[in-house]
Write a protein that binds this ligand. Structure first.
Ligand SMILES: Cc1cc2nc3c(=O)[nH]c(=O)nc-3n(C[C@H](O)[C@H](O)[C@H](O)COP(=O)(O)OP(=O)(O)OC[C@H]3O[C@@H](n4cnc5c(N)ncnc54)[C@H](O)[C@@H]3O)c2cc1C
Length: 417
């Protein structure tokens, strides 16, 4: 049986960053991914735009290799991103196990001894001293018994799901690219379509993004509320109901939106986009006040993270009214928020770290998740190659490596706008 220093489960933005970084730090690293390619929401979810920022060197390298500025946005081609991630993994020497779904964690006391994964109808047992859960939904942590809060603390509602799609045939000389709070007339028109039954509720907002390929646009307008991304029946329902909205929305674009008169459906995402599920208990739960205060934690592993509170409406369409006022603060994320409570060898990375519903609305974006992966990768490599517990890793050493070898910057208290 192969022996690894670090096993990363889930190859989204966080898991890919974690695996590349751990391997570059000298750890024999395996990345387990259920799809036939990596990238998670950034590829399978047909995402095309980086939101927010962090000083992650991994994010900077990916952005430089794949991204162009269109209007005010940094957009990329998800097909090119798939290749970019794979070449980074290969170059770093990460071993890959694709088409392999995490099944169970074999826990003894406070330690995960091994994990079982299902691939091609067979169960494989994989052993390592350190595991990183970057599955987005925290399947490893959940199975290993780490406690969690589902969604919003008050009512456990989670952010809506959306199936992303792209359209071609966009006339860029006339096209508009609305987001929340902009182009109110189009927003009202969309609501008319929903009210008259031409588009299924709870779709109802207009978000269009400049495509990486000229003449295309990315459409973030399907919407389903009161669904749970950790319930397979809800996931199935979400795929069906959002897919039903796609042709309805294309018709709306053709009939109502300047520049989209001749647009056509080009591609839909491979999978429904799940924004929020479980917030696990770590050694520290990052909260919204930490973000607003630009807290610089002594044990920071992500620096200069920045994004607004991007909660979509949990009970309808559009933005959630509970989003806090944000004026561009940069913040840090502590190592403690990545340390799964009650276990000595599991790190959390990506949208499943320890944080509140509101803090998650900010740190869930891809450049920040990549920063978490990078921090987790360094810590896991130090613990995995030295045979020490994750809690025994000195955060100052993680920070030194992040700054010296990964190109991460020292945290700064800077307002971005
Ligand atoms: C509709 C939508 C729009 C968004 N828009 C933007 C945007 O414009 N810009 C932005 O920056 N962010 C955006 N986000 C947020 C961002 O894309 C996600 O929060 C981010 O991708 C989370 O990264 P992650 O690595 O934690 O998880 P994910 O991207 O979810 O990756 C998790 C990975 O784990 C794998 N996995 C899951 N379960 C298993 C298992 N059992 N076994 C093996 N592998 C498994 C998955 O296949 C996947 O590859 C959006 C999210 C959604 C859903």
């Amino acid at each position: 049986m192969n022996q690894y220093d670090v096993i990363v489960v889930g190859g989204g933005p966080a898991g890919t960053a974690a695996a590349v970084t751990a391997a570059k730090c000298g750890a024999k690293t395996l990345l387990v991914e259920k799809n036939g390619y990596v990238g998670g929401v950034s590829t399978a979810g047909l995402m095309t735009v980086w939101c927010g920022s962090s000083s992650s060197g991994f994010y900077r390298r990916v952005r430089e290799a794949t991204t162009e500025q269109r209007g005010s946005r940094w957009v990329y081609n998800p097909e090119m991103l798939k290749s970019c991630y794979l070449s980074m993994l290969e170059e770093a020497g990460v071993e890959l196990l694709l088409h392999a779904s995490f099944l169970r964690a074999n826990r003894v006391g406070q330690h995960i001894e091994s994990i079982d994964v299902l691939g091609a109808g067979e169960v494989l047992t994989l052993t390592a001293p350190v595991f990183i859960d970057a599955t987005g939904d925290g399947y490893v942590a959940k199975d290993a018994g780490v406690s969690f809060i589902k969604g919003r603390e008050s009512d456990h509602l989670m952010q809506p799901m959306s199936l992303m799609f792209t359209v071609g045939g966009v006339d860029e000389t006339k096209a508009v690219y609305p987001t929340f709070g902009k182009y109110h007339e189009l927003q009202a028109k969309m609501q008319e379509y929903v009210d008259s039954g031409k588009i299924d509720h709870p779709a109802g907002h207009v978000i269009l993004i400049e495509g990486y390929i000229h003449g295309t646009a990315s459409v973030n307008m399907t919407n389903l509320i009161r669904v749970d991304g950790t319930d397979v029946n809800d996931l199935t329902r979400a795929e069906l109901l959002t897919r039903r909205q796609v042709p309805q929305i294309v018709r709306f674009l053709r009939e109502c939106v300047p520049g989209y008169e001749n647009c056509y459906l080009l591609q839909t995402a491979d999978t429904i986009g799940v924004r929020e599920t479980l917030h696990f208990e770590g050694e520290y739960r990052l909260n919204e006040q930490d973000i607003l205060n630009q807290e610089i934690f002594h044990d920071w592993v992500v620096s200069n993270a920045a994004f607004n509170f991007g909660n979509h409406n949990l009970t309808g369409s559009g933005a959630d009214k509970s989003n806090l006022h944000y004026s561009g603060q940069q913040y840090t994320i502590p190592y403690r928020s990545l340390l799964a409570k009650g276990l000595d060898n599991l790190l959390l990375a990506g949208r499943n770290i320890s944080g509140t519903h509101m803090a998650h609305a900010s740190y869930r974006v891809m450049p920040i998740c990549m920063g978490m992966g990078e921090g987790a990768g360094v810590a896991a490599a130090l613990a995995g190659t030295r045979g020490i517990a994750l809690r025994a890793v000195n955060p100052k050493e993680i920070q030194e490596i992040l700054m010296r070898d990964c190109g991460v910057s020292l945290p700064e208290k800077k307002q971005l706008k």
